[in-house]
Design a binder for this molecule. Structure first.
Ligand SMILES: [Zn+2]
Length: 442
């Protein structure tokens, strides 16, 4: 298929996505979702063996699936006749060679992040890639695709998804592979002089450090964080250096899930997907999203439960969007720290974001940190720069208070961990390295 036809189709999806942005009411949105769902249901129950028994069933009857089920039924869920073995071979070869262009007969393969063995494998056909690109452009470039912009995409894993963003005369995209030496990435950034900078916040923070140190000249008008939890410690460094608020894209191999509006609130893309909330803690408005992508057909994403913790806003966003408003994305559900209950019965969750904030409040001079649950009822803490005895006591006190407020037994704290920096690996500041012993629904 020629690039010219691709461009025409991309612009069509771009125009459609811009039109969908105008939804003002929940009822209008629900009606559109229903129409799309009926089309999709007909398609998938005809072409995906896994869904064949659900032809006459209601949406709620479709099984909620997670990554394990997704992988187990990979061959029956996709409608293109691709086997898991074929897809894995293409994806792992691409990660090894850093050449993300090979496809399986035009179908691109992507791996979701996660420990090896627990990674999701996702397929996207040509039309789906163009639709993805058109939607992303419509939502992220409010001035339109004819306005001049130089967009730098700092990415850990490339994908031929990103090649779809070819750009035009006045709109340019450039992809920066973060597995290259970072000084090279910085030199290329300096030469490109992006007006829009997109990347993982921990890497954007390093670029901000280079600007402050005078080794990098950069004055982007917009900064967009993606692919990692936006930690307050990075957010502050980045926005103070560049003098602009940080926007966010919530994008994963699973799809383009949401982005910030003009008020800085993340809205989920409910014009393209149905989002159900699986409450993790209703009182604090934390949930894991169960998403149904209304447009993907090569490998239908239906009632797929993501391993992410989202915190819903308490109040409606002033922008008036009917799409679900998210206060923050807290990261992976696997990183929720589970401690023994104070009463001795069961385990209770302590959320990563709560621990981060407590630590940063107790020692505001901290430039970087890690909190790891490496054993039951034990947390290992690393901070940079090293804390004084007084500060260490304050941090201990704050973390102990977090645990007791959550109804947990006081964990053992040690301060002997080291921070490992790597731009090519996803930065997770709070991590659980032991099995929870109990799931969030236990
Ligand atoms: Zn809003």
């Amino acid at each position: 298929m020629s690039r010219f036809l691709d461009a025409i189709e991309l612009i069509r999806y771009y125009t459609m996505a811009r039109r969908r942005q105008r939804f003002r009411s929940h009822s209008e949105l629900r009606a559109q979702q229903q129409r799309r769902w009926q089309l999709l249901q007909r398609q998938v129950t005809t072409h995906a063996p896994f869904y064949a028994p659900f032809r006459q069933r209601a949406f709620d009857d479709f099984p909620v699936i997670d990554k394990q089920v997704w992988i187990r039924h990979f061959d029956d869920i996709n409608t293109a006749g691709v086997t898991l073995a074929q897809a894995l071979q293409v994806a792992t070869e691409a990660e090894r060679t850093r050449d993300f262009s090979p496809t399986l007969g035009g179908i691109a393969v992507g791996l979701s992040t996660g420990t090896s063995g627990a990674r999701g494998v996702f397929l996207a056909g040509r039309t789906e890639r163009l639709r993805w690109a058109g939607t992303l452009l419509a939502k992220m470039l409010p001035d339109g695709i004819l306005a001049p912009a130089r967009v730098a995409l700092l990415l850990r894993a490339g994908s031929n998804l990103y090649d779809t963003l070819a750009g035009g005369l006045r709109l340019q995209f450039r992809y920066f592979d973060l597995s290259a030496p970072f000084f090279e990435v910085l030199a290329r950034l300096d030469a490109f002089q992006p007006t829009i900078l997109v990347g993982p916040p921990s890497v954007l923070a390093l670029a901000a450090d280079a600007v402050r140190a005078g080794t990098l000249r950069l004055a982007p008008q917009r900064i967009i964080a993606a692919a990692e939890v936006l930690d307050p410690i990075d957010a502050e460094r980045i926005s103070a250096t560049f003098g602009t608020a940080i926007e966010q894209i919530y994008q994963a191999t699973e799809g383009f899930l949401g982005h910030t509006c003009g008020h800085g609130t993340i809205h989920l893309n409910e014009d393209c997907m149905i989002v159900e909330r699986d409450w993790i803690d209703r009182a604090s408005r934390r949930f894991a999203p169960i998403v149904t992508d209304l447009y993907r057909q090569t490998q239908p994403v239906i009632r797929y439960r993501l391993n992410d913790v989202l915190v819903e806003c308490a109040n409606a966003c002033p922008c008036g969007s009917p799409f679900i408003a998210i206060e923050r994305i807290e990261g992976r559900e696997d990183d929720i720290v589970w401690l023994s209950g104070a009463t001795g019965a069961g385990r209770v969750p302590v959320f990563p974001d709560v621990l981060s904030r407590a630590l940063l409040n107790a020692a505001p001079t901290i430039a970087d940190y890690r909190i790891e649950q490496h054993a039951f009822d034990a947390l290992r803490i690393a901070v940079d720069p090293v804390l004084s005895d007084d500060q260490r006591q304050q941090v201990s006190h704050a973390l102990v208070e977090c645990a007791s407020r959550a109804g947990a037994r006081i964990p053992q704290l040690s301060f002997d961990a080291r921070i490992e920096h790597s731009t090519s690996r996803k930065c997770r500041r709070v991590r659980r390295l032991v099995d929870s012993g109990e799931g969030p629904h236990a």
